[in-house]
Design a protein around this ligand. Structure first.
Ligand code: SAH
Ligand code: SF4
Ligand code: F3S
Length: 469
């Protein structure tokens, strides 16, 4: 086994996995084996882990939070920044001792990092006690790889370069019963020069609208109230399909599903935001007033070097149009500091843009060099201490803006979906507004899973306190 340029998955391939799931379930029938999954990275990975959990559960394994108890351990990895990779290797090293103590456990590593050839080589060389290595394109094949590993002493490695098909019908064990992630498009065609995602997740592939609709209808039947549509770039949904359907059309279709009360989506690329989408957000009652719109930088010079395909002016035009049509909309973003060649002036343009947009929240990152991406080879890499200093200035600015924006909510009445008990304060519950803000308030646990009106009484940069009405 090894890397293969696999492109097509046949019906037989999929049928085979179902048969293997039954075979392993049969082997496990008088035992109670457990699985443990550790997930790194974005919501795409979180949702992939729900699929791995679904397959494991159908094979008779039960979920555990205690790695010491597990018979199957999986690390679902991310490689978007170097830091995430270092953490995974640290964790895998720690497991050597556990594997020596309990040689029969199965240790698997999967996800985006495994799509990098050097990483797989490093595992082969330095971590021979790993049992299974697979990537993002053949996740559906996990049952077959697990069975093979149960009958083998060597590391089973299976990585595909891409996968032209979307495999439907993978069992999914969702982490909770209220809010669900739903994939609508896989992969990315954008090749921002800093980003490794297109190399590890392949080209854009949209799911058929009828498959998405069926999934959302069955989620509604199971009692889910909120869905979040997932894709690296949801706005290019449909571009690769033969039928004429775009992301806004999909929102119109899903808005009609009875039982679903809130629709969210992420992530949106500014270059593909259409007026039609903004009008859909305005029109559709279930589509929540929140847009995550990563800007990355406020300098046109840097945006060009990043290959983002929009200017600061175009970005601000979108923000203005959105605010005009959906005035209460929360806007959040991602920003990278210290991209190669970023000068103090470029960085100040980012600060200016942040002040102009007044984001509700921003996820801020220090540029991390990713081997194989064009930016890694660019000259004028910014020094570490400068990157850290810029990050701190950016975070301080954004925190003060988040605080200001949230304080505008004081005294207002908002509808929240009650998600559970507050972790900090045991007699409080936690809910989320349509604008995706967290509110803590005193109420009885019977309210969990329901909608409630809450008056905001106190606000901080990330959370708010309220009173149940
Ligand atoms: N597809 C999404 C998210 C991709 S990864 C999008 O385009 O918005 C999430 C975020 O990680 C990106 O928005 C970017 O801000 C950050 N990121 C990606 N590559 C990075 C790198 N090499 N260094 C630092 N941050 C990075
Ligand atoms: Fe990466 Fe850009 Fe694609 Fe987002 S749009 S995943 S940042 S290449
Ligand atoms: Fe990381 Fe892969 Fe997501 S690289 S950010 S887990 S798509």
């Amino acid at each position: 086994m090894g890397t293969r340029k696999e492109v097509l998955v046949s019906k037989e391939d999929i049928k085979k996995q179902k048969e293997i799931i039954c075979r392993i379930a049969d082997l496990n029938k008088d035992r109670c084996p457990k699985f443990y999954i550790e997930t790194y990275g974005c919501q795409m990975n979180v949702h992939d882990s729900e699929k791995l959990a679904g397959m494991l559960s159908d094979m008779g394994y039960i979920n555990t939070d205690n790695i010491e108890d597990a018979d199957v351990i999986l690390f679902n990895t991310c490689c978007v920044r170097e830091h995430a990779e270092i953490r995974v290797f640290g964790r895998v090293s720690q497991l050597k001792e556990l594997k020596l103590r309990r040689p029969n456990i199965t240790l698997g590593i999967c996800g985006c990092m495994m799509q990098e050839k050097e990483i797989v080589e490093k595992i082969k060389k330095n971590y021979p006690y790993v049992d299974i290595v697979f990537g993002t394109h053949n996740l559906f094949k996990f049952p077959e790889l697990l069975l093979e590993s149960l009958n083998s002493d060597t590391t089973i490695i299976d990585i595909w370069d891409d996968n032209k098909n979307i495999v439907e019908d993978i069992p999914i064990q969702r982490a909770e019963g209220l809010k669900a992630w739903v994939n609508i498009i896989y992969g990315c065609n954008n090749f921002c020069t800093y980003c490794i995602v297109p190399y590890v997740r392949g080209r854009e592939k949209s799911r058929k609208p009828e498959d998405i609709l069926d999934e959302v209808k069955s989620l509604a039947k199971e009692g889910f109230k909120e869905i979040t549509l997932l894709g690296q770039n949801v706005n290019s949904y449909g571009n690769d399909l033969s039928e004429k359907v775009d992301f806004a059309d999909l929102l119109y279709m899903l808005n009609d599903v009875d039982g679903i009360k809130r629709i969210r989506f992420m992530t949106s690329h500014p270059k593909d935001i259409s007026d039609k989408l903004i009008y859909a957000m305005k029109d559709l009652d279930k589509v929540c007033e929140h847009l995550h719109l990563p800007v990355q930088s406020g300098s046109n010079r840097i945006l060009k070097k990043m290959n983002r395909k929009y200017t600061k002016e175009r970005y601000l035009e979108i923000v203005d149009k959105l605010r005009e049509n959906v005035p209460e909309c929360a806007i959040t973003t991602d920003i990278i500091v210290g991209f190669p060649g970023e000068t103090e002036e470029d960085f100040e343009e980012t600060l200016d843009l942040v002040k102009r947009v007044r984001y509700d929240a921003a996820y801020t990152f220090i540029y991390s060099k990713r081997t194989g991406t064009p930016a890694a080879k660019m000259e004028n890499q910014v020094e570490e201490n400068v990157k850290h200093e810029r990050l701190e200035r950016l975070i301080n600015l954004q925190n003060s803006i988040s605080l200001e924006r949230n304080s505008e909510m004081n005294g207002k009445i908002v509808e929240v979906l009650v998600e559970g008990k507050s972790k900090r304060d045991s007699d409080k519950l936690t809910g989320r507004t349509r604008t995706n803000k967290i509110v803590h308030f005193k109420a009885k646990p019977e309210l969990i899973g329901k909608f409630a009106d809450v008056k905001i009484t106190d606000t901080k940069a990330w959370t708010m306190q309220g009173e149940l009405l």
